[in-house]
Design a protein around this ligand. Structure first.
Ligand code: MG
Ligand code: ZN
Length: 216
């Protein structure tokens, strides 16, 4: 009988090429002294509002570029641009994550010498974006209490690959009778040392602490 199972080493072919492209991005960011952040999280966790909230506080001190990844539309980029921030939208079509090559292409016509901070909002999805390095300083995973209490336990690999965890929408904790510490405890179980910031992008609670955590 013929071999009916073919195992493809997707890690070596796909991820290897991505790591090479990520190194090029990292070198570009470094050359221009840009602090770059990859912001990941499911649809509706408040990634865009978090970026808006950060930009509001940081735009007086830093020149900021926002790169938005979505399957389609410029909705998120337009929202951030309304605060006077320069943006580039990447429409991935069918790809459910950004990869380093997409970011490289998007930055090709951008004068990076103009910026000191780059926020890259990844496609809304908590699974595969974490597998693709973009060449940033820090990977931020945004959780929110509206997604329920099992997000950390169901995505341990994503949590493991994060540099910073943000728990967003804490202003809703009372209304939803949600114990935020359950999420914190679950994160601690995956990685005891991972920094966790509890914030509300809406009210601004915790945002200044997060900014310090980003080193900005
Ligand atoms: Mg968004
Ligand atoms: Zn994907």
């Amino acid at each position: 009988m013929t071999d009916r199972t073919v195992t493809i080493d997707i890690r070596r072919d796909l991820f290897g090429a991505n790591e090479d492209a990520a190194k090029i991005n990292a070198a570009e960011f470094k050359k221009h002294d840009i602090h770059a952040f990859d912001i990941m999280g499911s649809v509706g966790t408040g990634k865009t509002l978090l970026i808006e909230s950060l930009c509001e506080r940081l735009s007086a001190r830093y020149r900021i570029l926002m790169v938005a990844g979505d399957l389609a539309t410029r909705i998120d980029a337009d929202r951030v641009e309304s605060h006077g921030i320069d943006t580039v939208q990447i429409n991935t079509g069918s790809a459910c994550h950004l990869d380093a090559r997409m970011v490289r292409l998007a930055l090709k016509n951008v004068d990076l010498s103009k910026y000191q901070v780059a926020f890259i909002e990844n496609v809304g999805n908590l699974i595969c974006p974490a597998g693709y390095s973009l060449g940033v300083d820090k990977k931020i995973v945004v959780l929110s209490i509206t997604e329920g209490p099992y997000m950390v336990r169901k995505h341990p690999l994503t949590i493991k690959r994060a540099d910073i965890i943000v728990i967003n929408k804490i202003d809703l904790a009372d209304v939803l009778d949600f114990d935020v510490e359950v999420l914190v405890k679950d994160v601690r179980e995956v990685d005891a040392l991972l920094p966790v910031y509890k914030v509300s992008s809406k009210t601004g609670q915790g945002i200044d602490d997060l900014i310090r955590g980003l080193g900005l």
